[in-house]
Every structure is written in C-alpha cells, then in structure tokens.
Design a protein. Structure first.
Length: 145
C-alpha cells in the first residue's frame, strides 16, 4: 500500500483537484501546505525567467560588441525578441521591475560565461561589471559600437 499523496503521485491530477476544491469553495479539503509552496514557486519562476532572458540579451549584446564582424540578422532578432519578451514579462508582472538591478548583475555574470563558451573569447576580455545601464540594455534602439 502506497502512502504517497496525490501531489506526489500525479501533480497534474492534484492541480485539477485543488482547482475544483477552490471553485466549489470547499476550503477544508485544500492541500494548503503544497498550495503555498506551489504559489511561491510560480512567482519564483517569473523571476528566473526574467534573469534568463536578461542573460540571453546581454550575451548577444556582448557578442555584438566583441565580434562585430559576425553580426547577423539572427543576433538582431534574438536581441529584439528578448527585449520584447522582457517588456511583456514586466508589463504582466510589474513588481518584477524592482528586482531588475539584482537580477541584472546575476544575468551579466551568466552572459559572460555563455559568451565565453560561444565565442571562445576569454572571460577576462569582458568587463567585470556590465558597462551598459539597464535602461540602455532594454532600449530597443541601443546596440553597442
């Protein structure tokens, strides 16, 4: 006999069950411990998505600056898409804007590592801290020289 809860056995079924309990206002049946964890996790996913999108954007801006001879429409499209998706994410979740400075620094470190791997340019060739402001990086008209 298994002692696993529905949450542990079938997450999707658990979510549907919890949604039904909420719709029916049957609050006594809610799995509050797991619901609290999942709601918190959902918020953290948005922060992680923002950091990852910033890292991809910053990596492509670094490549744009450090490998100008290899600029391509693909890089331009990636930069434009990340800016649009970041703007949408912040529009949909305005409280994320307050995390931008913290996430920006972490994303830059990640971008340097990724740029190093993709380009073969040594990490030491990139600035220790991002030389562009958050506003510049998110500005659709900004591209490094």
């Amino acid at each position: 006999m298994s002692t696993l809860s529905l949450y542990e056995k079938d997450f999707y079924a658990w979510t549907q069950e919890q949604a039904n309990f909420l719709k029916q206002k049957d609050f006594d049946k809610l799995d509050l411990l797991h619901l609290m964890d999942e709601v918190e996790s959902m918020g953290n996913q948005n922060k992680t998505e923002l950091k990852n999108r910033l890292a991809v954007l910053l990596m492509h801006l670094l490549k744009w600056k450090f490998q100008p001879e290899l600029k391509s429409n693909s890089w331009y499209l990636t930069i434009a898409n990340q800016r649009l998706d970041i703007a949408d994410l912040i529009d949909d979740n305005p409280s994320l804007k307050h995390f931008l400075p913290e996430l920006f620094d972490k994303a830059y470190a990640k971008a340097v590592t990724k740029a190093n791997i993709e380009t073969g340019i040594k990490k030491s060739a990139f600035p220790d801290k991002c030389e562009w402001s958050i506003e510049q990086v998110l500005n659709e008209e900004f591209f490094p020289n």
